[in-house]
Design a protein around this ligand. Sequence first.
Ligand code: XMP
Length: 509
Amino acid sequence: MILIIDFGSQYNQLIARRVREHQVYCQIEPPEIGIGKIRALRPEGIILSGGPASIYEAHSPRVDKEIFDLGVPVMGICYGLQFMIDALGGEVVRSEKREYGFAELIVGKAGAILAGVEKRTRCWMSHGDRIGRLPAGFRITASTENTEVAAAEDANRRLYGLQFHPEVVHTAEGKKMLANFLFGVCGCQKSWTMKSFVREATEEIRARVGDKRVVLGLSGGVDSSVVAVLIHRAIGRQLTCVFVDNGLLRLDEGDKVRALFAKHFQMNFRFVRARKAFLAGLKGVTDPERKRKIIGRIFIEVFDREARKIKGADFLAQGTLYPDLIESRSAFGGPSAVIKSHHNVGGLPKKMKLRLIEPLKHLFKDEVRLLGKELDLSDDLIWRQPFPGPGLAVRIIGEVTEKRLAILRMADAVLQEEIRAGNYYRKLWQSFAVLLPLKSVGIMGDQRTYEHIIAIRAVTSEDAMTADWARLPHELLARIGSRIINEVRGVNRVVYDISSKPPSTIEWE
Ligand code: XMP
């Protein structure tokens, strides 16, 4: 495995993904990880990530210097390089000005990391401070016009540093450089595959659970579905999946989930009808944050009540992914403003006193999809667009009622059908309908109408942090609009949302 020390760079998850794309397992740990734990992990190589700090700041992050004496190859990137040089007695020059953007890397006597790389190649810079003097034993392997020490190495001690970012796509040969480190220097094997993951994860789950029972809140989304199938493979009917029908689901959604998990996979499956409780709680509520809080609270109550009926349940399984884990413990993230309180099962473990099982907590989303494929889940499920926990409630602006839910559900079903038929479903991060709290005048036949407005939202995105509205073909939009107006009772106008995130968000509430 490769250990990545997280100095807080916005790119450090990208480093991990790049390493895993080379089929090498890696783990990101904070700099406070002690040398004892590092030894216990027995890494084949260590990567020190970049970060926003300057080595001269009072509280700049530092990892135990002993890592340079372990005999394990170390590669520092940007701040990671500066930390290494400072720790080993070289000099880092303070700089007021940042160098940001493309630079031409001029490779000298290439060394191990730059072996086989073009003599002149594009790289991506993002740094303030730079290296002034290298410690004894180091030599420069590449420079740019502005930065003399763009890459350096001490081949004897197997220490390497890059001032630029090999993990971002803008560095043309970054992939080769990482491969050189992983295979050329560290001698890693390509052993990280989903087949090996399934084998190890199922053994671990079996050993941990023993003869106890596991409860899982299944939503039918990618993550909880993959967790369900993985755990089911490990312990079969010792797993019970609980599906809460909150009445805020899309058309036929509950039935589809039941058919797949209860019938096809033959899992222990509990379908909890809680529509009434949710709608009663939401009666008269229009404030988006209040809606979210109410739904979250009722979900926990309903789920908790159901789980208590399962005798001998000691474990709660969750579909936590690696980015959640890293972000929740990041020392550099700092408190950020609550834009929307997200509904997931985060509040459950505290209340339920169950032990947690999170088999996906070291995986990225794309790896979860590969895992789903390895577990024979259908493409349809693996490529499902995300659907928010509070469901259609955050897509009904204003009060949530049965009647308004029925309108939105129908409009959404038409939209989904057309998006799939037009072959756009997988190209979009999300596509959905929103019901507005407004009516407008229309004409149908010779009659004046005064009815609801549906907004269509379709976005492209990599990770939901930013998103752009999708440039859907006009013909497709035309079909969606006319079908919704013709087929959904109570709607006489359809509009298309052309806002990107930021400054808008993906969901309307
Ligand atoms: P926003 O609207 O904040 O949404 O741009 C970003 C992504 O998160 C999804 N979303 C949620 N997912 N529980 C979830 O599991 C929630 O409460 C929730 N709210 C928003 C949203 O669909 C988008 O993909």
